[in-house]
Write a protein that binds this ligand. Structure first.
Ligand SMILES: [Zn+2]
Length: 323
């Protein structure tokens, strides 16, 4: 309540109320309103800047939590990166070396995503850098994992091819040869058992009694099983693919037909004495294209190093062949 002020009136010898004009009262009211508004504004500015509302407090907590989550994600991506780096290293330095394949170029592994700025929509916020960098890292990681997984697909394919190749090429002896006693004559210049003249012997002879099983020395397809080749008598030819064929001659009996698929170690026929042969034996040849190779180099599938050196030694004796 406004104070009532008085003044002394000497004419009436009494105190009289000071009456204020309308203008004065309006001025006072306006002043009051202005200061109240100013105070309110001041309070609002202070409160807005220094005091959080409950909603702001909640949002701030959420933001803090989000930053922590981003930090955790970044740390986990770091761990994934090191696992991936290990896989990449093994891929280039072990797996691809085994299959004689080129390592994946760094440029392919490190290639980013092309095109316009993929991260534009992430810009313009207080935490833009954090979110942008995390997105970039995640994209890069995704790309590298993709490249790596493609590479492993290729390696699986190469391993399958290699397996097929290893199963196909001749790698064992065509007869059971414990103690290597059946190895009768090797590849090279030998004395012809009929003419007694020196002659090139293009295969290896294994002597054994008639009816002894003969094995396919690698996976393949039977191309011939007949006695129409001069001197070989009943003979079998197997095509192993990759340029390799094997020949088994002087058989007594066939155990396969032309066109049949055979596996390494499968019985294809039996030892005999047909064709130009001096006594029951198997004449065995390994061919690569038109070239006739020394079969002794194709027994690595079953021999110990000692046995291998023994058979090399025996096969190199310049004795008489069985032909
Ligand atoms: Zn021979």
């Amino acid at each position: 309540m406004a104070k009532v002020k008085y003044y002394y009136d000497p004419k009436t010898l009494s105190y009289r109320k000071i009456e204020k004009g309308t203008a004065y009262r309006l001025q006072r009211t306006l002043l009051y309103l202005a200061s109240a508004t100013l105070m309110g504004l001041l309070f609002y500015v202070v409160a807005d800047n220094f005091i959080d509302s409950p909603k702001e407090k909640r949002l701030r907590r959420e933001l803090e939590n989000m930053k922590i989550q981003y930090a955790i994600i970044n740390e986990r991506m770091g761990q994934l990166n090191s696992v991936l780096a290990d896989l990449q290293e093994r891929d280039d330095n072990i797996y691809r070396v085994i299959f004689e394949a080129e390592p994946i170029p760094e440029t392919v592994r490190e290639a980013g995503f092309g095109g316009a700025n993929r991260y534009k929509k992430l810009e313009g916020f207080e935490n833009s850098e954090l979110i942008k960098e995390t997105s970039k890292r995640l994209d890069k990681l995704t790309k590298q994992v993709y490249v790596q997984s493609k590479s492993f697909d290729e390696i699986v394919k190469m391993a399958e091819d290699k397996n097929k190749f290893l199963a196909s090429i001749p790698a064992i002896q065509p007869v059971a040869n414990k103690d290597l006693r059946r190895m009768a004559s090797g590849y090279g210049w030998r004395i012809d058992p009929f003419t007694k003249a020196r002659k090139m012997h293009y295969g290896m002879d294994f002597s054994a009694e008639i009816g002894t099983p003969i094995y396919a020395t690698g996976d393949g397809i039977v191309k011939r099983a007949d006695s129409r080749a001069s001197g070989f008598g009943k003979h079998i030819r197997i095509d192993h693919g990759y340029g390799y064929t094997t020949v088994y001659a002087h058989l007594s009996e066939y155990n396969v037909r032309v066109g049949q698929k055979v596996k390494r170690g499968e019985i294809i026929g039996y030892i005999g004495n047909t064709g130009r042969s001096r006594g029951p034996h198997l004449h065995y040849e390994v061919r690569f294209g038109d070239e006739r190779l020394n079969p002794v180099n194709f027994y690595y599938g079953e021999l110990t190093p000692e046995e291998f050196s023994t058979i090399i030694d025996m096969a190199s004796r310049s004795n008489q062949s069985f032909d």
